[in-house]
Design a protein around this ligand. Structure first.
Ligand code: FA5
Length: 341
């Protein structure tokens, strides 16, 4: 059987070398490697062989089929270019006609902003640390100082899975625990970009699926002034060197003290417009000094180590940068929106 297959292979190769046009090529394909082609049928006949011969035959038959398909593709390309050249010579193709423009895709605006944010933090010495999107309740909440019945859980409406205790992460902050446990007691300077999920009422500002970029720095003697200076440097690179930045007191269970970061509205230069609701300021991130309980949960001794963390939303930042009024455009797959970027 193998010998028959080998001579079939030789015959097919010789026949293909004789093929000079697409009609003959089509006939060759049907005869040898088509659905009812002789090589295809020979391949199928493996079942008729004695058991001990099947493996060797099957292996060689597959090699021959792959080799023939490869030679066929190359030959088809050759014939196509010869035929094209002939048609052009005969004047059948008018090369002066305008071509049909092939539409090209563009980078999604959220990805563009994610890359921009990542690049700024990279230049500032932060490495990317990726963690999982499907989390356990313990890491998403408990380890971040948000126990079962803590009212702050209302801030993060959760998608639960059918497995008790397994959820879709509501923010990138559980990544802090993973990073700390990986590196403790060494210093850390990482950003954690990724998708988050919240069981929210979708609106112009709220999606159920969105990106966040978390940041975490742990070391000795890291102070609030380091956090403020670092975030200000980021915001000025992202939004412009003259852009004013302000910090407002806030609350997150996993940072103490906690703050929200606002930049001067980039659309009205702080004069007040509809995007900034007349305030002149736009919120870009939450941040704070890592809570001692969280440091401990991550494997650091709060009497020796301190750190800061922040979390920002690239979609919201993109909205601010480009004056986009509705977050739902991001996942609507409307090419009229996407083509603008
Ligand atoms: C948090 O999620 C905190 N984990 C951030 C943090 C990290 C604080 C580290 C302190 C230290 P918040 O819920 O405010 O915080 O979300 C952070 C950012 O995610 C928001 O500013 C916003 O840009 C984005 N975001 C939150 N919810 C949504 C949503 N439903 N749709 C789109 N973006 C959202």
């Amino acid at each position: 059987m193998v010998n028959e297959l080998e001579s079939l292979y030789q015959e097919a190769c010789t026949a293909l070398a004789e093929v000079k046009d697409s009609q003959a090529l089509e006939a060759w394909e049907a005869h040898y490697i088509g659905r009812k082609g002789v090589v295809t049928l020979a391949l199928r006949s493996v079942g008729n062989l004695p058991k001990e011969e099947r493996a060797a035959f099957g292996k060689r038959a597959n090699e021959i089929r792959d080799a023939l398909e490869q030679t066929y593709t190359e030959h088809a390309e050759l014939i196509r270019s010869h035929e094209l050249a002939r048609q052009m010579e005969e004047g059948a193709i008018d090369v002066t006609l305008p071509g049909v423009r092939t539409p090209s895709g563009s980078i999604h605006p959220a990805t563009r902003t994610l890359r921009e944010i990542g690049e700024i933090w990279r230049e500032m010495g932060f490495q990317i640390f990726r963690t999982r999107e499907v989390e356990d309740d313990e890491t998403n909440f408990e380890m971040l100082n948000i126990p079962q019945h803590h009212p702050a859980r209302d801030m993060w409406d959760t998608f639960h899975t059918l497995t008790p205790g397994v959820i879709l992460r509501t923010h990138t902050s559980p990544g802090q625990i993973h990073a700390m446990r990986r590196y403790a007691p060494k210093p850390i300077r990482v950003i954690l970009p990724g998708m988050c999920f919240r069981y929210e009422q979708i609106s112009a500002r709220k999606e159920i699926q969105f990106n966040q970029v978390e940041g975490l720095a742990i070391g000795t003697n890291i102070r609030l002034s380091d956090l403020k200076g670092t975030i200000t440097a980021f915001a000025q690179r992202m939004f412009g060197a003259d852009r004013r930045v302000r910090f407002r007191g806030s609350y997150f269970p996993f940072t103490e003290p906690s703050m929200e970061v606002d930049v001067e509205c980039i659309l009205c230069d702080g004069r007040g417009c509809s995007v900034c609701s007349g305030s002149g300021w736009l919120e870009i991130a939450g941040c704070g000094m890592v809570h001692p309980t969280v440091l401990r949960n991550g494997g650091y001794d709060p009497s020796l180590h301190s750190g800061f963390a922040f979390g920002m939303g690239p979609e919201r930042i993109t909205m601010l940068k480009y004056g986009i009024t509705d977050i739902r455009y991001f996942w609507s797959n409307d090419t009229r929106f996407l083509a603008q970027f």
